[in-house]
Structures are given as structure tokens and as C-alpha cells.
Design a protein around this ligand. Structure first.
Ligand code: 13P
Ligand code: MG
Ligand code: MG
Length: 381
């Protein structure tokens, strides 16, 4: 059978500031998902949150960009928005940027990652396992470094030296500044390694959109690389990307994929979406309540049964004592960066503040600059 995995996530309101959705909202979303399973729209579904973002994780047979699946997610987020409004929660409906999307919700605010594949539970995929990454208070390129390392660097993924992976992977990279449409380039690892890093170093402009196995010509990973502020034209929060990554066998193993997150690398995002701070791996359903925000990322592992059902439990990769050390390091890195407040790399560059109120403040001052010697008082001297 052909199965599609879809993750659609949105921030539609949170308690006490931009921290986490309320239990009532989560219950409503879970109820909608149970209803969608009952009426056969989806095969299975799972609901979680990472900071203030609710993720709906679904398996179904309708393919990518399916109108019914996307409309279901949209309407579910509308119901959660109503609850957020009723209880006066912060940012109710924040990521629902249009009145009613016709068709799919890409470009309408929610983050979307989807992978469709042939699901047989036979060679080369006798088992189908995958991971879902969800990050909060993050720019869209937050996964550029860890996914590149996991799929292209044997220092992190020794599996790349095995026959089933030695041909490497094809990266589809998206230019997120191009608002005319999805503007993509295909680059192959290992031979385009340096070209890939030349693009992926710029987390704010270029993002990994998807990754394909070159040996098996099948999609390994999908990322919701899009920029909310390019879509909305005005700052409406950070993109807070999600990703689906198939693992094991012909793909990297979970440990190879999560180990780059031990870097707690700096990403754009954090407070007012305008700072550079380290990405802290956290357990699923964690609130953003740290010192000065701190970007967070969660990682859930699933297995997929023969008929497309999820395993009866999930693996919460970052909910493990091994990550305590990384969390401490992330906080220390964050503390170090915060020592310099607004100066230089502590905040994002001007272009990244472009559509926020920070830009208005700066441009208001830029208008008042004068060339030395050009004022009347100076001319009279
Ligand atoms: P969210 O995008 O998670 O709502 O964060 C917005 C923000 O500006 C945090 O300070
Ligand atoms: Mg928010
Ligand atoms: Mg968020």
C-alpha cells in the first residue's frame, strides 16, 4: 500500500504567554483526531506539543498535499483557537494567517512535512520506523546542520560507509526568500558536499526541504522549510519547523540522526524571534519556560504497522538522562550569549528583523541621519 505520513503543526494559543497550549486545547485536538480515525479519513494519528506549537502526526493513504487532510488539520486548529480565545490565551489563532485556505494549508501559516512511500514491510524496508522532530522558538533552517551531518557526514553517521548508503543522499534545498513559489535546487552528497554547506550555512535563507536515498530513490526526510514572515509580510512568530525522518536499514539509524543535536548549535529565534541562541533537546510536551526563552526541539520515534497504524507507544528520544548533559551545555551556551544582550551576534541581523517592530525603530532613526557638513548650523560655521 502507499502510505503518507503528514505532520501539520500550528501555534494557535498558549497559557501565560508563548509557553504551551492548554489541556482543553490538546483534548479537543485529540478528540478531532480520534474522529478522523473513526470515519476513515486517516489510518492513525498522534497529537503532541513542543512549546506553544501543537503537532498533528498522521498516517493515511491520500498522498501529500491532500485537501481533505489539510482541511481537517486547519479545522481542528480552528476549534483549538476558539478554546484559546474563550480562555483569553496568548496568541489565539496566531499561525492561521488566512481566512480559509482553499485546498492545502502550505503557505497559510501551519508548518507541513509529508512523506509518501510504498509500504510493504518487505525488503529493503522489512520494518518501517521514523522520527518526528518539532522545534519551538526557532527559524526555519534550524535542522540544516543536524540533518546535513546525519545524512552526509560519516563522523556522525558511520552507516554512510555501508553498501546501502554509500552512494549517499540527494538534498533538495529551498530558497526561502523566493516568495514567487517553491524555489528548489538538488545537490548530491558526497560530491556536492561543499556546495551544500555553502547554502546550508545560511539558516535564514536556505533550508533543507527534503532528502532522498540515491540508492533506493525514495524519500528519507521532509522538513517544513518555509518562512512565516515571508508569507505574512508582517512578523507573526517564528517558523518553528517540523520534520519527518525515516530511519534504520537503508537510512541512518536514530543515534546517527540525533547525535548532531548534542552540539546544541546556535539557531535564529528565541525571544521575539530575533536572537541567536542554542537549540536545547527536550522531552515531548515541554513548555517554553526557560531563561530568555531558549529554542527547544523534541524528537519522537514511531513504528508503522502493516496497515499503516502507529506502534502502541512512541519513543521520546530526548527524554533520556543522556541528554541532561546536553541540556546543561545548551543553557550554559545560552547564558554566555545573553551576557552580551543586544550586541552583535546575540541578536539576528537587520534583514531578519525586517518585518518586526525592531525594523520600524531602526528605520525611524535612519531617516534622521544627516551627512556631516550638510546641516544649516554646520554651513554657518
Ligand atoms: P512563537 O513563534 O513560538 O509564537 O514565538 C514567538 C516569539 O516571539 C517568542 O518570543
Ligand atoms: Mg507563540
Ligand atoms: Mg511556537
Amino acid at each position: 500500500m502507499r502510505v503518507t505520513l503528514s505532520v501539520i503543526k500550528a501555534d494557535v494559543g498558549s497559557i501565560g504567554g508563548h509557553t504551551q497550549p492548554s489541556d482543553r486545547m490538546m483534548e479537543a485536538v485529540r478528540e478531532e483526531v480520534a474522529g478522523a480515525i473513526d470515519r476513515g479519513l486517516i489510518v492513525d494519528g498522534y497529537v503532541s506539543h513542543t512549546g506553544d506549537d501543537i503537532a498533528i502526526i498522521m498516517s493515511h493513504t491520500r498522498g501529500e498535499n491532500d485537501t481533505d487532510i489539510h482541511q481537517f488539520a486547519w479545522n481542528t486548529f480552528l476549534r483549538a483557537t476558539d478554546i484559546a480565545r474563550e480562555y483569553g490565551l496568548y496568541g489565539a489563532g496566531q499561525d492561521l494567517l488566512v481566512d480559509a485556505p482553499s485546498g492545502n494549508v502550505r503557505g497559510a501559516g501551519p508548518a507541513v512535512a509529508e512523506i509518501e512511500f510504498e509500504h510493504t514491510l518487505e525488503k529493503p524496508r522489512p520494518a518501517e520506523s521514523f522520527m518526528v522532530l518539532a522545534a519551538d522558538k526557532c527559524g526555519p533552517g534550524a535542522y540544516n546542520l543536524p540533518l546535513f551531518l546525519g545524512f552526509a557526514d560519516p563522523m556522525f553517521c558511520a552507516g554512510l560507509m555501508l553498501p546501502q548508503m554509500i552512494k549517499g543522499f540527494t538534498f533538495h534545498v529551498i530558497d526561502m526568500d523566493n516568495t514567487a513559489g517553491d524555489s528548489l535546487i538538488e545537490l548530491n552528497a558526497p560530491e556536492d558536499y561543499y556546495h551544500l554547506t555553502a547554502l546550508l550555512r545560511d539558516n535564514e535563507r536556505f533550508g533543507i526541504d527534503s532528502i532522498y536515498s540515491r540508492t533506493y530513490d525514495t524519500k528519507a526526510a521532509a522538513v517544513s522549510a518555509q518562512r512565516l514572515h515571508s508569507i505574512a509580510g508582517t512578523y507573526t512568530g517564528k517558523d518553528d519547523p517540523v520534520a519527518i525522518i525515516r530511519n534504520q536499514g537503508v537510512f541512518p539509524a536514530p543515534e546517527e540522526l540525533v547525535s548532531p543535536f548534542a552540539k546544541a548549535h546556535y539557531v535564529g529565534g528565541d525571544a521575539r524571534g530575533s536572537h541567536n541562541m542554542p537549540l536545547m533537546p527536550v522531552a515531548i510536551n515541554t513548555a517554553v519556560a526557560g531563561v530568555y526563552c531558549l529554542p527547544i526541539v523534541s524528537c519522537l520515534g514511531f513504528s508503522l504497522g502493516r496497515d499503516g497504524h502507529f506502534s502502541d507507544a512512541v519513543t521520546d528520544f530526548f527524554d533520556n538522562v543522556a541528554w541532561d548533559e546536553v541540556r546543561r551545555r545548551a543553557q550554559n551556551k545560552g547564558n554566555e550569549m545573553r551576557l552580551q544582550g543586544w550586541s552583535g551576534p546575540a541578536m539576528l541581523p537587520y534583514t531578519e528583523l525586517e518585518y518586526s517592530g525592531f525594523r520600524d525603530t531602526v528605520t525611524g532613526l535612519v531617516d534622521r541621519f544627516q551627512i556631516r557638513g550638510s546641516t544649516e548650523a554646520e554651513a554657518a560655521e
